[in-house]
Design a protein around this ligand. Structure first.
Ligand code: AQP
Length: 349
């Protein structure tokens, strides 16, 4: 890993793409976060993009977080990024609360977004459930802060899992409305990047539910810190049906648990789903599950080992995030200042 003694050669002015994405430190990272997001983050870092990645701790507190645990989770997510291949000398890596411009632009966008748009957000409905009257206002307005995260850097591309698609459409709507209201073209219309075989990794216990770090059942997910035995046990116990695996992609329709495990295999192996089925079609789960466990252990165990090593030195993680936050502010601060000018906020000389 390259050590970040200074900010990445930022402004990276020659790059045509600027990538931003974030992950909430609301728990330990899952295989869903890795395959749906972090793996793409690393690929885009190596792809001549200007990359900015963030632990979105302000988002995490939209649901209750124990303060000490939040700090630990923020470091652990940072360790997960670095252990997976995010190089702080190439990408800006920081936690959101160290860059106050996120909250400042978030407020402006809360005033741009319309209640009707926000009321359509399915993630709020899922997360609030029957408890709507009692959840935080922040959970409701979460997508306006997410729009600010992205547009504060004039990011052009945002790699995310499938579950974030609607929030990214809202980000585009906010940028377009701001530009239209203030007769400007200041904010770019961002492109979502939702790619790969595992853009929606499902729970190992229920193929209709997303794998999630806040699911009360630990057996529902593979954590990025799970050891080899735990990974093998969780896949062995993963819910499946009784049929053999199909040889064609069509045969996975109406078999959500089978589709999920095959997609995970394909994403880990960097293979198209059909190529996986060419190999395993006709086999029983009792044969396929150990293959999947072995592959997952081979890919994830070195990352878990590196995360463990990084977590032994929290001061070094904090130092890296401090450098990242300063680099982020260099980009964010003039964009916020210009936004204030456009909106008509008086600034003293
Ligand atoms: N199951 C998943 N499959 C594919 N991608 C996923 N992502 C999350 N879960 C899956 C992607 O990971 C990025 C970061 O997500 P997040 O932590 O900001 O929020 P989330 O989507 O709400 O993730 P969790 O794990 O479900 O967190 P909690 O439990 O706290 O709500 C995003 O790009 C997301 O798409």
């Amino acid at each position: 890993m390259a050590q970040a003694d200074q900010a990445p050669a930022q402004a990276n002015a020659g790059f045509t793409k600027r990538v931003f994405s974030g992950i909430q430190p609301s728990g330990g990272l899952t295989l869903g976060n890795y395959l749906g997001a972090i793996k793409r983050f690393v690929e885009m870092q190596e792809d001549d993009c200007d990359t900015i990645y963030c632990m979105v701790d302000l988002h995490a507190i939209t649901t209750w977080q124990e303060p000490d645990q939040l700090i630990r989770n923020t470091r652990e997510v940072a360790a997960g990024f670095i252990a997976s291949g995010i190089d702080p000398a190439k990408s800006i890596l920081f936690n959101q609360s160290q860059v106050p411009e996120h909250a400042q632009l978030g407020w402006i966008f809360t005033c741009v977004a319309r209640m009707g748009w926000m009321n359509r957000m399915t993630q709020f409905k899922d997360k609030a459930g029957k408890n709507r009257e009692n959840v935080s206002v922040g959970l409701f307005s979460y997508p306006t802060l997410m729009a600010a995260d992205i547009l504060l850097y004039h990011a052009t591309h945002v790699p995310v899992g499938e579950d974030q698609k609607q929030h990214l459409e809202l980000t585009r709507d906010i940028a377009a409305k701001f530009n239209n209201d203030f007769k400007t073209d200041f904010f770019p219309i961002t492109e979502p990047v939702i790619e790969g075989a595992a853009t929606r990794v499902m729970s190992l216990r229920d193929g209709s539910k997303k794998m999630s770090k806040s699911d009360p059942s630990d057996a529902s997910r593979i954590n990025m810190t799970d050891d080899a035995d735990t990974i093998a046990r969780k896949f062995r116990k993963a819910k499946t049906d009784a049929d053999a695996l199909p040889s064609e992609v069509d045969g996975l329709e109406d078999r959500p648990e089978a589709r999920n495990l095959v997609n995970i295999y394909a994403a880990l192996a960097d293979m198209p789903v059909q190529s996986v089925l060419d190999e395993i079609g006709g086999r029983q789960f009792s044969e396929f599950k150990p293959m999947l466990s072995d592959l997952a252990v081979a890919k994830m165990a070195p990352i878990a080992g590196e995360m463990d090593r990084l977590m032994q030195d929290p001061g070094e993680i904090d130092r890296i995030l401090g450098i990242g936050a300063r680099a982020a502010r260099e980009i964010a601060s003039p964009i916020l200042a210009k936004t204030y000018d456009i909106v008509g906020m008086l600034r003293s000389a």
